[in-house]
Design a protein around this ligand. Sequence first.
Ligand code: NAD
Length: 260
Amino acid sequence: MVDMKDNVVIITGAAMGLGLATAKELAAKGASLVLVDYNEEALNAQVKSLKEQYPSIEILSIVADVSNEEAVKNYVNKTIDKFGKIDGFYNNAGIEGKQASITDYDLDVFKKVIDINLMGVYYGLRYVIPQMQKQNYGRIVNVASVGGIRGVLNQTPYVASKHAVAGMTKNAALEYGQYGILTNAIAPGAILTPMVAEAFKQVNPEDPAAAEKEYASNNPTRRLGQPEDVAKVVAFLISKDNGYVSGQVIAIDGGESNMY
Ligand code: NAD
C-alpha cells in the first residue's frame, strides 16, 4: 500500500460518489485531505464519519461551488494557509444535466453543465497549478468520462464538457510537466454512484433497475463499476508512485469504450 502520510490532497465533489470513495481510499493511506463540495449537509456528514474512522488524519472541509471562481480561489488559499502545499488535486466535481436531444436541450441546464464541468475544472487548474509550480511537484487528476472520448446519446453538454476536460488535461501536461506536475484524466464508464442512479431513473422512470441491468449486460465484464474501482486508480495517479504517466485520458470502464 502506498504511504501518503506526507501528502496534502484536494478533492472536489467529495461528499458522495467518486470523490467520497477516493477520500476514503486516501484517508486509509494517511493523506491529509481538503474536501470540497457545495452540498454542505452531505459534506459535514461524511467528514464526521471519516474523522471517526481515521482519527489520525487531518481533514479540512470547505463548502464551495466549483463554478464560482472566487470560491475556487478561496478553497485553494485556505489549503495553502493550513498546509502550506498541495501535492495532489482530484478535480472531480461534476453534474450530468438532463437527458435530451441537441435541439430540445434546455439552454439553462446546458450552460450550468458547462459552468460546473468545464469552467469548474478550469478554475481549479488555474489556481492550484501556481502553487504546484512553486513546489516543483504536483499530481493532478481531472475527471472526464467515457463521454470525453466518444459520444453519449442525449447528453450533449456533458459530452462537450468532458471532451474539454480531456483537452485541458493534455494541455496542462504539456505546459507544466517541466515543473514536475503530472496531469491525467480518468474516463469512468458507468460507475454506481448517486449520479448514475439518477441517470437510470431518467432512462426508465418506471423501472430504473431494468435500465441498470441492461446497461451492465452490454459491458464486457457484465457488471457496472464500483466507486472503489475508480478510487484505486486515482490513488496511484495522484501519488508519488506515478512518476511518468501524464497527459493521458484513462478509461475505467471494464473495456467498454473499445466496443462499437
Ligand atoms: P455524484 O453526483 O454521485 O457526486 C458528485 C459530487 O459532486 C456531489 O457530492 C455533489 O454535491 C458535488 N458537486 C456537484 N457539482 C458541484 C459544484 N458545482 N461544486 C461543488 N461540488 C459539486 O457524481 P459522481 O458519479 O461521483 O461523479 C463525480 C465525477 O465523475 C463527475 O465529474 C462525473 O461527471 C464523473 N463521472 C462519473 C461517472 C459515473 O459513472 N459515476 C462516469 C463518468 C464520469
